[in-house]
Design a protein around this ligand. Structure first.
Ligand code: NDP
Ligand code: 8X3
Length: 251
């Protein structure tokens, strides 16, 4: 029986790589994002499976509810939701950060993920089948300067994932949180508001994770036998690890 995955943020980076990976493995797909040209390109390139694309801003609660309610019959049984749409904006210390950036991160990474989950869960529960894979981050567990609101949104994703598991006990629905570290995508271009030079500098001299690395992990999680739930999976490139605690020493 062909399975169907709903991947948010499929127009770039991890989401696009997941779309390609799941298509290669024969899954039918619902792909969403805001950029219609990218969705059209995906629709054209992924010809081996049934692909349904939806232009949707996950911050729009009414729209999210509407698109889920109006899924075509060919794609209405969602076996996997990859809650991937998200972003970081800014890397300034909290005292200098732009409050609008914080609003967008909270609205997308927290509220958008909640809206998608809330819209799709009832059907999964009634079918007694489903898997939600949330895209967290190492920033949800480990603080770093400038991570402020972004890291906090990903900490929400981690705890929300755990609490979903508690609520879904006995339903057969699986929930996993993937927590990647440094990975090259459009993430840093977005974080630095389009400043490509600043974005490139993030990866200079490193071998970061690739979107394909993450897609392989997401597929592996989904492909475990149905009695196996990976709760959280943290992954960094080898070139990344932790720094010592910062200590302010007065002379
Ligand atoms: P990209 O910027 O390459 O992709 C982000 C995707 O999210 C795009 O498809 C974008 O689509 C979509 N998106 C952003 N805002 C919205 C919105 N309001 N509504 C709908 N879709 C939206 O970054 P990544 O692939 O790297 O990021 C994917 C996820 O992985 C994010 O949640 C990010 O926080 C997380 N992550 C990234 C890491 C990294 O180092 N790259 C590490 C750890 C986690 P569009 O603009 O078309 O709407
Ligand atoms: C993205 C990874 O380290 O830039 O979530 O926050 S990091």
């Amino acid at each position: 029986m062909t399975q169907t995955a709903f991947i948010t943020g499929a127009t770039s980076g991890f989401g696009k790589a997941c779309a390609e990976m799941f298509a290669e493995k024969g899954w039918n797909l619902v792909l969403s994002g805001r950029r219609t040209d990218r969705l059209e390109d995906l629709q054209e390139s992924l010809t081996s499976v049934a692909v349904h694309t939806i232009q949707c801003d996950v911050r729009d609660r009414t729209k999210v509810e509407e698109i889920v309610k109006n899924l075509p019959s060919s794609h209405e049984d969602i076996d996997l939701l990859v809650n991937n749409a998200g972003l970081a904006l800014g890397l300034k210390p909290a005292q200098d950060a732009d409050l609008d950036d914080w609003d967008v991160m909270v609205d997308t990474n927290i509220k958008g993920l909640m809206y998608m989950t809330h819209a799709l869960l009832p059907k999964m529960v009634s079918r007694g089948k489903g898997h939600i894979i949330n895209m967290g981050s190492i920033a949800g567990s480990w603080p770093y300067p400038g991570g402020n609101a972004y890291g906090a949104t990903k900490a929400f994703v981690e705890q929300f994932s755990n609490n979903l598991r508690a609520d879904l006990h006995g339903t057969g629905i699986r929930v996993s949180n993937v927590e990647p570290g440094l990975a090259e995508s459009e993430f840093s271009v977005v974080r630095f508001h389009g400043d490509r030079q600043k974005a490139d500098a993030v990866y200079e001299g490193t071998q970061p994770l690739t979107p394909k690395d993450i897609a392989e992990i997401v597929f592996w999680l989904a492909d475990r036998p149905s009695h196996v739930n990976i709760n959280r999976l943290e992954v960094m490139p080898v070139c990344q690890s932790w720094a010592p605690f910062a200590i302010d020493r007065k002379a």
